[in-house]
Design a binder for this molecule. Structure first.
Ligand SMILES: O=C([O-])CC(=O)C(=O)O
Ligand SMILES: [Mg+2]
Length: 605
């Protein structure tokens, strides 16, 4: 019985891969109509002779499927009558049914898998759920659960949601990109899996991150999912765990580095432009420090690219800083900022913060004097014995004696802000937090590392050690917390407040390059969305429920800037950018109507 049903599944799979994924010219108008509707560019001889896609194809297509929400008329037209139970469900009921089921599941990894599978089965329903239950769903499709999902990816991988380009594809990357069935791709999130969140080298399992980030492009900013392509560059892994894991799905060898790696990434960048055009956005995600800065410097002026861990994180953190000073009442220039960690996130924040400080009248040198970084060897100072500082760290090296322990650095520097982004869980011990509380009336503590297990401290630890006086934000979500009869709501200082809005503007207006100024603008726009009511419960970001409106506000600001600087390529400039963006945003409403009435949407403007 099992073997038989496996065989049937195998046949359906083969049939679908022949009929839905292969790119062949369409020879029947009706077939073309259905294919456009289900969001592929494909057709097949088998289907074109029939004239209609078989109903099962419609049900198995995540873009066409409405499940129980197909009306009876549609069930006839699509030939799905009988393939579904008789009852019609409204989208609202579908959401409730799914949520009921989700809440009964035993753990978050099961919930992640259920959501991943819903995304494959009924995309509109997946995004409707993400939209209507953002606060509950985000931690499942994104940090912290996505971290666990990446660690277990070899076990839970079910269906391709993106492209795996391995070092063995070197020389043929363009051909691999051609295997992706959609031509109009406008946003790629790419990782090489070397530093997934704070979890380290997860090799090709990093795909979960590219998938998760792009799901948020759609869920939080309304970027159409068909524009999005998650990619993993698989150059091997240095993780012994995966090298010795017999289920590991990626290239089972040590990471390729040096020239061969650089040539591989170069070929990838060029192949993307050849396949999808030069306006295709390439977001770098979770590359290790040694590649992240280098690749950003190499490509930022010649491609439409940004590094989310450097620039996106910088933007959200600066927004949080601008929000926090509204609570502490200290002017930006009157603060001292201590960063725990000197990698992509800290350096990115420090650089954008310097820009913000110069906008408040400081010289660049004065701005940098307010910023202190701690790496694995202690405070970053000039002439530190035994360690050569890289270019990025050098800018923030102080004239000071070496200090190694964080607690001693805190006592020496006396910072008003303590910002953790080193991927070292529990680094803010109670003595460090208490010291922050004794130095400042209202200390600001950001524990930005992800997932939750890597956060420098929990919200509770921060509030308790500072007697409820601190302003706290974290990269992964923490629940609200009651202390001394007061409610505190920890803000989520995660780049997900930034990259979806930035991405929406880029794909909608064909923005060619992404200067740092744009991330500063995004930070300011985000911080302006924080209300007095938010601040009164300690929130330095707008609540997650508002994130979709916030993303559009960011997109509008960025597009105004892009038109001003001649970086946008959609002409003529729309009179009302906000309205234009709104009209281009993905809708979670099912498409109405039957095949013959379907018209291909015009995405070209
Ligand atoms: O993915 C996240 O939650 C934020 C991020 O970019 C990282 O931690 O690398
Ligand atoms: Mg990241």
């Amino acid at each position: 019985m099992l073997t038989q049903s496996r065989m049937r599944l195998g046949q359906i799979y083969q049939y679908l891969s022949k009929s839905l994924l292969l790119q062949q010219p369409c020879s029947s108008r009706k077939t073309t109509i259905i294919y456009q509707k289900i969001g592929t560019t494909a057709s097949s001889d088998e289907l074109s002779t029939q004239g209609y896609a078989n109903g099962i194809d419609v049900l198995l297509s995540r873009r066409a499927n409405k499940g129980q929400a197909f009306s009876m008329e549609e069930r006839d037209a699509y030939r799905v009558r009988g393939l579904l139970p008789a009852t019609f469900s409204s989208p609202h009921l579908q959401v409730e049914r799914f949520m009921e089921n989700l809440r009964r599941m035993p753990d978050d990894l099961s919930r992640y898998m259920a959501l991943a599978s819903l995304q494959d089965i009924n995309e509109k329903l997946f995004y409707r759920i993400a939209l209507e239950h953002t606060q509950e769903i985000m931690p499942l499709v994104y940090t912290p659960t996505v971290g666990l999902a990446c660690q277990k990816y070899s076990l839970i991988f079910a269906k391709p949601k993106g492209l795996f380009i391995s070092i063995f594809d070197k020389g043929s990357i363009y051909d691999v990109l051609c295997n992706w069935p959609v031509n109009d791709v406008r946003a790629i999130v790419v990782t090489d899996g070397e530093r997934i969140l704070g979890l380290g080298d997860l090799g090709c399992n990093g795909m979960g991150i590219s998938v998760g980030k792009l799901s948020l492009y759609t869920a939080l900013a309304g970027v159409r999912p068909e524009y999005c392509l998650p990619i993993t560059l698989d150059v091997g892994t240095n993780s012994e765990v995966y090298l010795n894991d017999r289920y590991y799905l990626g290239v089972r060898q040590k990471r390729v580095q040096g020239n061969e790696y650089d040539e591989f990434v170069d070929e990838f960048m060029q192949a993307v432009v050849k396949r999808f055009g030069k306006q295709c956005l390439i977001q770098f995600e979770d590359f290790a420090n040694h590649n992240a800065f280098r690749l950003l410097a190499k490509y930022r002026d010649t491609y439409c690219t940004f590094n989310d861990d450097i620039q996106g994180t910088a933007s959200v953190a600066v927004a949080g800083i601008l929000g926090a000073i509204k609570i502490t009442g200290k002017k930006l220039v009157d603060n001292r900022f201590l960063f725990y960690g000197a990698g992509e996130a800290s350096i990115g924040i420090a650089e954008l913060l310097s820009l913000a400080l110069t906008r408040e009248g400081l010289s660049q040198e004065e701005a940098r004097k307010k910023i202190f970084l701690v790496d694995s060897k202690g405070l970053i100072v000039k002439n530190r014995p035994g360690s050569k500082l890289n270019r990025e760290k050098k800018q923030f090296a102080h004239e000071h004696e070496p200090v190694t322990k964080l607690i001693d650095v805190v006592h020496t520097v006396k910072p008003s802000f303590l910002i953790g982004a080193a991927g070292q869980g529990a680094a803010f011990t109670s003595d460090v937090l208490e010291a922050m509380g004794s130095i400042n009336k209202r200390p600001v503590i950001f524990a930005l590392s992800n997932p939750t297990s890597k956060a420098e401290c929990t919200a509770r630890e921060a509030y308790e050690a500072t007697d409820g006086q601190c302003v706290f934000a974290s990269g992964s979500p923490f629940p609200r917390f009651e202390y001394n009869d007061k409610i505190f709501i920890p803000g989520q200082g995660n780049n997900s407040y930034i990259f979806p809005g930035v991405g929406l503007a880029i794909v909608t207006f064909g923005i060619r390059h992404i200067p740092d100024e744009l991330f500063y603008l995004a930070a300011k726009t985000l911080s302006e969305q924080v209300t007095e009511a938010d601040l009164s419960v300690g929130l330095v970001y707008p609540p997650i429920e508002k994130i979709r409106q916030v993303s559009r506000k960011i997109a509008v600001k960025i597009s105004e800037y892009a038109y001003d600087k001649n970086l946008a390529t959609v002409w003529p400039k729309p009179d009302n950018l906000d309205k234009f963006l709104f009209e281009k945003q993905y809708s979670v409403e099912y498409d109405d109507g039957l095949p013959p009435r379907w018209e291909k949407p015009n995405y070209s403007t």
